[in-house]
Design a protein around this ligand. Structure first.
Ligand SMILES: NC(=O)c1ccc[n+]([C@@H]2O[C@H](COP(=O)([O-])OP(=O)(O)OC[C@H]3O[C@@H](n4cnc5c(N)ncnc54)[C@H](OP(=O)(O)O)[C@@H]3O)[C@@H](O)[C@H]2O)c1
Length: 247
């Protein structure tokens, strides 16, 4: 049984990954931040005894990330084959993505950078020793097409766009270091397509129904992209249909 870690697994795309991987008979570690958001994961764990392990972890707390990884390492019976980081923030309470520069807040910009860009890199920093013992392992982050600098024609969403562009740069940079040291570890940035989750809900009315994917569809597509690219080049930015996106 292969083993995966899904980070940001309490809802949305991350929870979808957990569900799909359990159905495919993976051994799954799934992260949550607060015990009161464990409902769906507890239910899945009850239906898959011994197959789903819950890990408490907040990407903005490096010491907590290190402790969670150490705890996992002590429990793991075999190296990890896959880690998918599905963590992201676009809005929170009154704070939405900026429509104009006048809405920019330094605090929100910093928070977006911390959760969306630095967090996944800190995760890689502490987690990669658990991935490098496998013959072909993958560390994937869910990025976003709006993080592409080359494709930015609409503007707006300063904090989210910048944090996803930074995430892409950080993963590309890490892939160069990792390629030299651990050639079997592949790093990928994935664009999921607009997916019906809490993150996209305030904006999904503007999306044509055929372009708004269910979580199940998104996860199926992304797992196919991961499978088709396993063992291939590292440090790429791929869309849900497997096409390469411009940085
Ligand atoms: N949905 C879309 O249309 C879309 C499009 C493009 C890209 N994406 C990207 O896809 C990824 C998943 O998005 P989603 O739509 O599934 O979002 P979501 O439903 O809002 O879920 C976000 C997840 O991230 C977790 N999280 C937030 N802050 C965290 C932190 N500091 N540490 C650890 N976990 C944290 C949340 O946990 P809690 O339950 O504890 O808050 C939740 O599990 C994100 O990176 C997003 O930017 C989504």
């Amino acid at each position: 049984m292969a083993t995966a870690l899904v980070v940001g697994a309490t809802r949305g795309i991350g929870l979808g990954f957990v569900r799909a991987l359990l159905q495919r008979d993976w051994n799954v570690y799934a992260s949550y931040r607060q015990p009161d958001s464990l409902g769906a994961l507890d239910e899945l764990a009850a239906g898959h005894p011994g197959q789903l392990h819950r890990v408490m972890l907040d990407l903005t707390d490096e010491a907590g990330v290190a402790a969670a990884v150490a705890k996992m390492e002590a429990q793991l019976l075999e190296p990890l084959e896959l880690a998918v980081c599905c963590v992201g923030v676009l809005h929170q309470g009154e704070q939405g993505p900026e429509k104009s520069l006048s809405q920019l807040s330094g605090d929100w910009f910093g928070h977006s950078m911390s959760v969306n860009a630095l967090g996944p890199l800190l995760l890689l920093k502490h987690l990669h020793p658990l991935l490098v013992h496998h013959t072909s392992s993958q560390f994937a982050v869910i990025s976003a097409r709006v993080g592409s600098i080359a494709e930015n024609e609409l503007g707006g969403w300063y904090s989210y766009r910048a944090s996803k562009a930074a995430l892409n740069m950080l993963m590309k940079t890490a892939s160069i270091e990792m390629r030299r040291r651990f050639p079997h570890l592949q790093l990928l940035c994935l664009h999921p397509g607009t997916t019906a989750t809490e993150l996209s809900a305030p904006f999904s009315k503007r999306v044509a129904p055929e372009k708004l994917f269910s979580v199940e569809r998104t996860v199926r597509q992304l797992l196919q992209v991961l499978e088709e690219n396993r063992g291939g080049p590292s440090g790429r930015f791929l869309s849900w249909d497997g096409s390469e996106l411009p940085w």
